[in-house]
Design a binder for this molecule. Structure first.
Ligand code: EPZ
Length: 426
């Protein structure tokens, strides 16, 4: 186990290169199951979740090879996923339990192989996160779904056939699963109330490059004309809008001036708008986004919402910002039922936060005080790291593996812009 030790009080200044998006990379990696030709992904971040999914794909028969990409200047890497020989269609519990996104192999596997058995993902720190929408969607295009002994088995021995999928509420993963499955279904599939996150458009762009016929990705209605088979391709993973947003908050909190190299403002407009409301100065440039402090931090209100609304993955980070604002803020978590795990630890650092159901009221305090804190889930951990950057004294964040799931080269990137942070064995 490792820990992050932060000496607070340094203003961040300089350029932070933004890595490829974890939440784009994971579904993109699953596209290799849809074709017998190799799929190369470039700008892949070096993250634990990418390794976890690579191991699962390898278990199914996919050959994963490094296609170059040195560690120089924190650039991403390129991996080639060759799924011509899928010799297993079971994703076992001991692999799936490590990462909920493993469920994203289900749609592609059943489309390509006619069957797939995936362990139910179980809950995680931020809620029980069922997969009912994934399963209903696959049934709508002809899959037979059976649940037994903690596994879900999807089968379509004669292939999938297009249909209409209406989501009662937005699900990113379910949209991605059905998008991949429908690409190989016979006939036309229409997805209504589809997720509009930028990662969906990135996935559709890759699938279309492989020969799929997808239109409307990024809007609430997506149409897929199924094709008999897909070919390989090479695709660059889009930049990580949540990583970029996290460092944007760090710039404002520390009174700094940071250029987020590679960030795409239109992927993160809701977060940037709230940052400006809170006192940030945001300048969109051709190659990235610059975020500066105006010297003040004002209170703000947030309700998390599917894209293009305020992203739930930025909620914890903005709560850290609210903790030191002059004035009060109200943050409502409307997507997950238990995504305030960072609150008790922020309170131990001196934050003044009152939770009332799905809403938290944060009264800004002048100073946070460094403490030893425990990371619980990926984005909560980042909220604690941000608080540590401004707290007086030393903050130690234990269980660093949570952060390593979603932030590539975290301490190097922060040190590059002046933070006093180091990774130590626990
Ligand atoms: C994706 O998770 C992201 N993960 C999450 O990011 C992100 O928080 C979430 O979308 C929302 O934007 C990846 O892309 C790998 P959902 P996903 O299906 O697909 C409920 C991070 O920190 N639901 O949009 O699992 C679910 O419980 C991670 O990077 C059902 O009820 O999210 C949740 O309350 C955390 N039934 C809501 O819908 C279903 O079948 C939204 O979930 C599916 C979901």
């Amino acid at each position: 186990m490792e820990k992050l030790v932060i000496q607070g009080g340094k203003a961040l200044s300089g350029t932070i290169p933004i890595s490829g998006a974890k939440n784009a990379a994971l579904p993109l990696m699953c596209t290799c199951l849809l074709t017998s030709e190799p799929v190369t992904l470039t700008n892949l971040p070096r993250l634990a979740d990418i390794t976890t999914l690579s191991d699962l794909l390898n278990h199914l028969g996919v050959t994963v090879t490094i296609a170059g990409g040195r560690r120089k200047n924190l650039q991403g890497r390129s991996l080639t996923f060759d799924g011509h020989d899928i010799h297993d269609t079971v994703a076992p519990y001991d692999m799936v339990r490590k990462m909920r996104a493993s469920i994203l192999v289900l749609g592609a596997l059943v489309a390509r192989m006619g069957e797939a058995t995936v362990s139910l993902p179980g809950g995680c720190a931020i809620g029980n996160r069922p997969i009912d929408l994934h399963l209903k969607a696959l049934e709508a295009i002809g899959a037979t779904i059976e649940l037994e002994h903690g596994y879900v088995r999807a089968s379509a021995p004669n292939g999938l056939s297009g249909g209409t999928v209406r989501f009662p509420f937005v699900s990113v993963g379910a949209t991605e699963n059905i998008l991949m499955a429908a690409a190989l279904a016979k006939g036309k599939t229409t997805i209504e109330n589809a997720a509009r996150e930028p990662e969906i458009a990135d996935l559709a762009k890759c699938l279309n490059a492989m020969g799929a016929k997808i239109s409307g990705a990024g809007s609430e209605t997506i149409t897929i004309e199924g094709v008999a088979n897909l070919k390989g391709t090479s695709h660059e993973v889009m930049p990580d809008r949540i990583e970029a947003g996290s460092y944007a908050v760090a710039a404002l909190m520390t009174g700094g001036d940071v250029f987020l190299k590679g960030a795409r403002a239109h992927d993160m407009q809701a977060a940037l708008d709230t940052l400006v409301e809170a006192g940030g100065i945001v300048e969109v440039e051709a190659t990235g986004v610059r975020v500066r402090s105006s010297g003040e931090i004002h209170g703000f209100n947030i309700v998390t919402h599917p894209f293009p609304g305020f992203p739930t993955d930025m909620q914890a980070q903005f709560m850290a910002l609210a903790a030191i604002a002059d004035g009060a803020s109200v943050i409502t978590e409307a997507i997950f039922e238990n995504r305030f795990m960072h609150v008790p630890e922020l309170s131990r650092m001196g934050a003044d936060i009152a939770i009332n159901g799905a809403s938290a009221t944060i009264r800004g305090v002048k100073d946070l005080v460094g403490a030893e804190v425990m990371a619980t889930d990926l984005r909560a951990s980042m909220g604690l790291a941000l608080a540590g950057l401004v707290a007086s004294g030393e903050t130690t964040i234990n269980r660093l593996y949570h952060l390593d799931r979603g932030y590539e080269h975290l301490e190097e990137k922060l040190r590059q812009v002046g933070a006093a942070v180091e990774r130590l064995p626990s």
